[in-house]
Design a protein around this ligand. Structure first.
Ligand code: 13P
Ligand code: SF4
Length: 305
């Protein structure tokens, strides 16, 4: 089947099942293009709470599709490739979190949404890259266990001085690999380019950035900015959306910034999953109930960037 046939089959199946396709900003271009909505983790979670569709086809990594299910237990949530998993989310598990909680009995647990549903169920409030500072400011307690991204935790610490943030030794392999030298080399060639980076980057990369944003934060900022050129310090596929929405501006992506898991979802897999309504996200009633509280608390706080 050629690409156009696949797309028209997907469109027909969308109508048949009353389905909505949600895609993260790192998805391959063809998948972004057939999505009803593309966004960052927070935007996608909010969209999942707003839709009247009966079926959500979630093009992103595992924890994002799980969040959509937690927020919509009555809907069918399909994840076209279950192997599309976030390695950072896999860096924290219930048992080791339990051990750290035991050592810090008074601490509140703030979970980056990049965590599995069973881990979220053991936490107090979630955050995303767009609202981590706002969420942590909203916590009254002094001691906070922040899981699992050390780099995001170190970024938050720059703005919050009256809390004791206990950081988890997790990182995003894609963002942690980004080196300031690579960015500075591009800057040397294009001195007028503004440097935008994701808060999952290392502290020395954050230090040289003009702005630090979630992926949607970058999408929102670029059209308002006076600059015509930008160095994009996050997964390189974001540049596809930036270019599509800002055709007169130039974007320099980083060669090594690729999240292989985000690339596992293809148009063919989207079609196959919509034909069979499989694989579905399935979570126990108990986990859904427990994980919904921290997610809903975060959604109520809203966007920070
Ligand atoms: P955003 O919420 O900024 O899109 O980030 C999600 C993510 O996984 C970044 O690596
Ligand atoms: Fe996870 Fe990093 Fe990929 Fe985001 S870019 S999904 S944090 S591995």
């Amino acid at each position: 089947m050629n690409k156009n046939d696949i797309i028209s089959r997907i469109i027909k199946l969308k109508e048949k099942h009353n389905a909505i396709i949600l895609a993260h900003n790192y998805q391959i271009p063809e998948v972004q293009d057939i999505a009803d909505f593309a966004g960052d983790s927070l935007g996608l979670a909010i969209k999942a709470t707003e839709t009247n569709a009966k079926v959500i086809v979630f093009c992103g990594v595992d924890f994002m599709a799980e969040s959509a299910k937690i927020l919509n237990p009555e809907k069918i949530v399909i994840h076209p490739d279950k192997k599309a998993q976030c390695p950072m989310a896999a860096m924290v598990d219930v048992e080791s979190l339990g051990w750290v909680k035991e050592k810090n009995p008074r601490a509140v647990v703030v979970a980056y949404v990049n965590t599995t549903a069973d881990v979220k169920a053991q936490t107090d409030i979630c955050c995303t890259s767009s609202n981590a500072v706002k969420v942590i400011k909203s916590v009254k307690e002094k001691d906070i266990i922040f899981i699992p991204d050390t780099n995001l935790g170190l970024y938050v610490k720059r703005f919050i001085h009256n809390k004791n943030l206990i950081l988890w030794p997790g990182i995003c392999p894609t963002h942690h690999k980004i080196q300031k030298e690579e960015i500075l080399k591009i800057k040397e060639k294009h001195p007028k380019a503004e440097i935008l980076v994701h808060p999952e980057c290392r502290p020395e990369v954050i230090d040289i950035a003009d702005h630090v944003f979630s992926t949607q934060g970058m999408v929102n900022y670029v059209p308002k900015a006076d600059s015509k050129e930008f160095i994009i310090g996050t997964e390189r596929e974001l540049c596809y959306r930036l270019k599509k929405e800002n055709s007169t501006k130039t974007f320099y992506s980083l060669k090594t910034a690729i999240c292989p898991n985000m690339k596992k979802i293809t148009l063919q897999k989207v079609l196959k999953s919509m034909e069979s309504l499989e694989p579905k996200i399935s979570l126990s009633e108990e986990i859904i109930q427990m994980a919904k509280k921290p997610l809903q608390r975060m959604i109520d706080i809203g966007r920070g960037d």
